[in-house]
Design a protein around this ligand. Sequence first.
Ligand code: SAM
Length: 244
Amino acid sequence: MRIDVLTLFPEMFSGPLHTSMLGRAEKNGILEFGVHNIRDWSLNKHHNTDDYAFGGGAGMVMMPQPVFDCMEAVTGGAPARRILMTPRGKTLTPSYARELAKEDRLVILTGHYEGLDERINELIDDEVSIGDYVLTGGELPAMVLIDCVSRFIPGVLGCSESAEDESFSNDGLLEYPQYTRPADFRGRLVPEVLLNGNHAEINKWRRQQSLLKTLQMRPELLSGADLSKKDLEFLSGHGWEPGE
Ligand code: SAM
């Protein structure tokens, strides 16, 4: 997949896109990144990219001209899914990330200041938010989107890792607790069941812990989760009933 980002602060992307799993995927040719400075397309003699809002109010608004020219130069009319990072967009979810992971090309537009001139929206296919809060710019949200989508692209994660066996994936539950060596850390013991090599018992324990964690931390997820009759009995034994 090729991912292009349109930004006023390209230097913010120098670390995250080229480190760890994303860096490895780039080296292996699975991901290709382009980061483009919107300011380079400003026709204004001071290379300004923002101006006061019509109608008044605090803050500056990103002007259409540099963004239109940058988008047109980057895509060159070639097919791409064009995404605007904005707090008013639909919230990023694993199922949406999985859908984007099937695309050959994403172009991600990031805003700054008060946001962008509304006419820029005609360049955009999807408006996406990373949550109900406002950040100073769309760069961090774009990095979150890229990381989240990349995990669903075959080959990005190592063969020992899976994007499907995680919190919120498939069954809609939170993940069970994980432990590693030592089995006894300053008197704090790893649950016995994980040490005995009985995989049926381990799987049962993990499922129950996953149900319990979800009940404790995010009970609202249970109503949309994929629950078996056994899960429902287990949850009912812990005081949860469907419809809560
Ligand atoms: N005035 C805008 C509003 O109230 O919705 C907020 C603008 S924000 C300060 C500047 C830029 O940060 C936005 O244009 C967007 O690109 C990005 N941004 C901020 N919060 C975001 C979020 N939760 N999800 C996605 N992008 C966000």
